[in-house]
Write a new protein. Structure first.
Ligand SMILES: Cc1cc2nc3c(=O)[nH]c(=O)nc-3n(C[C@H](O)[C@H](O)[C@H](O)COP(=O)(O)OP(=O)(O)OC[C@H]3O[C@@H](n4cnc5c(N)ncnc54)[C@H](O)[C@@H]3O)c2cc1C
Length: 478
């Protein structure tokens, strides 16, 4: 009995998790275009809000997991029930499997730590806002290397540029370009895992052969997380013990952002030691006091100056040696949900200068949304009131907002072709053998980084494809 040929476009997070889960049942081919992690040969041009972070997607074996921090967090139930065509309960099992796969830590251990840490936060007098847990395993992983896919899948190096479509409207093969040559890669089922900025562009190309209503949504409904340091506070409680909570027996750390709601959007704030933000200026300040001391060790004024900067000294030492000395100054790192834009936000164009294709990203943060973010900052400071002695909002915080690199929504899951690209099984509405498996599936993520959910969706899709393969092979036998 021959195994079905699964052709996956993109060796990033979604593609690799799916590939390793399909190896037993399918003959798996991965097509990857990137040669190096920065992907400089396939540029992205921002015509809206600039990304600031560069690069903000990875290219090559491992995709963006070559760059990521591996922070794992689930999307909240409320976001599922408001925006997704499936309930979160459908992903529970896959969330647990994905957590283990991406961290080597059973999720129960981290869930127990979340409950403990929440209690500790409340004992400190921190506000009883929504407090989700964001877990950082000890080491970030490149999924391609971690799963040892190199000899186990067929790897094709090249850029997928088009589709070969049957008269009945199913996919027969993909056109792959590499080093001036073109080849056709045939298969039985095709999965786009080219990322939230890559898959919609491929689907737009497909729409010239297959003008399906669902493909009208490719590149729309784009979401990312605006992130940035927006202010600073001085706390009067020993937060230094908790902000980066070590979870025993895991080697990893737990962070617990405070979440407030404004304009129907969730906005989260992590309190981070100020030294991580003011690294250079503080080091310089302390450096110059130390210099004066060295030059004039008998002058008591210099000792007084050093003590005036004592918190800075502790902050720098904590940062440098990864220890927790009692410090009081924290910066607020905001990560916000954004309303998905129905306008076209991701597409490709030919660069007239060199004939190369470039991806265009139109990331829009409307004035009204920016006002909501300002209100959210005020609200979190108000809630923190009982535990802080001073606070300051950075006047230019909006100009320092950068991308969370959580590109999603551009081939979103939807109940019907009227509202998105894929059905609840991640299959493109109207095409029998074309699936999507990456960030572009996610219809909304709240404030959650998307990696864990991409992993969970990939494992769920793998289960579905295995079932399909089993039922087809049973039919053949009968
Ligand atoms: C600096 C940084 C830090 C991050 N930290 C976190 C974090 O802490 N937690 C978290 O959850 N997420 C984090 N992320 C985001 C996370 O890495 C991504 O959400 C995730 O990797 C996206 O997975 P994906 O499968 O959608 O696409 P990707 O991992 O981006 O993979 C897509 C792959 O497809 C390939 N491709 C695209 N088009 C084509 C084509 N036409 N032909 C062939 N190949 C193609 C690309 O080269 C790429 O290798 C971070 C991202 C960055 C940049």
């Amino acid at each position: 009995m021959t195994r079905p040929r699964a052709i996956i476009v993109g060796a990033g997070l979604g593609g690799c998790v799916l590939a390793q889960a399909l190896l037993e049942s399918h003959d798996v081919t991965i097509i990857e275009r990137g040669a190096a992690s920065s992907g400089a040969q396939f540029p992205i041009i921002d015509v809206g809000q600039p990304a600031i972070t560069d690069p903000h997607i990875g290219s090559g074996l491992g995709g963006s997991t070559q760059l990521w921090h591996n922070g794992l967090i689930e999307i909240e139930d409320e976001i599922f029930s408001t925006h997704w065509p499936i309930q979160k309960a459908e992903l529970h099992r896959h969330y647990e499997q994905a957590f283990l796969l991406l961290s080597h830590v059973p999720v129960e251990r981290v869930r127990a730590a979340i409950i403990t840490l929440r209690r500790k936060y409340q004992e400190l007098g921190l506000p009883s806002a929504m407090l989700p847990g964001l877990f950082y395993p000890r080491w970030p992983m490149n999924v391609w290397e971690e799963f040892g896919l190199e000899p186990r899948v067929n790897l094709v190096r090249g850029n997928v540029a088009g589709f070969r479509v049957s008269q009945a409207g199913s996919i027969l093969g993909l056109t792959v370009n590499a080093e001036g040559q073109s080849q056709d890669v045939p298969g039985d089922l095709f999965i786009l895992s080219a990322g939230g900025l890559g898959s919609p562009i491929l689907l737009q190309k497909l729409s010239s052969d297959l003008p399906l209503p669902a493909l009208h949504h490719a590149g729309r409904h784009y979401e990312d997380h605006p992130m940035g340091f927006v202010g600073e506070v001085e706390v009067k409680v020993p937060l230094y013990r908790l902000w980066n909570y070590f979870v025993k027996g895991t080697g990893g750390n737990l962070r617990m952002p405070l979440v407030v709601t404004q304009g129907g959007m969730h906005v989260s704030f992590q309190l981070r030691p100020a030294a991580t933000y003011y690294r250079d200026s503080r080091r310089q300040r302390v450096g110059s006091v130390l210099n004066e001391l060295r030059q004039n060790p008998w002058n008591p004024v210099n000792y007084a100056k050093l003590f005036a900067h004592w918190d800075d000294v502790l902050d720098i030492l904590s940062f440098k040696f990864g220890i927790r000395l009692p410090t009081k100054h924290y910066t607020l790192l905001m990560t916000a949900q954004m309303p998905a834009s129905d306008e076209m936000s991701v597409w490709s164009e030919l660069d007239q200068a060199n004939g190369r294709e470039v991806a265009i990203r139109h990331w829009q943060l409307t004035d009204e949304y920016q006002r909501d973010l300002s209100a959210a900052i005020c609200e979190v400071l108000e809630r923190l009131g009982p535990v802080i002695t001073r606070s300051r909002v950075f006047p230019d915080w909006i100009t320092a907002i950068h991308t969370g690199a959580h590109h999603s929504g551009t081939a979103r899951l939807s109940a019907s072709a009227d509202s998105g690209v894929c059905n609840a099984d991640c299959r493109v509405h109207g095409v029998s053998n074309l699936f999507v498996c990456d960030g572009s599936l996610i219809p909304a993520s709240g404030i959650a980084n998307t990696g864990l959910t991409i992993g969970a969706l990939a494992l769920r899709l793998a289960g579905h494809l295995r079932q399909l393969a089993n039922s087809q092979s049973r039919e053949c036998v009968e």
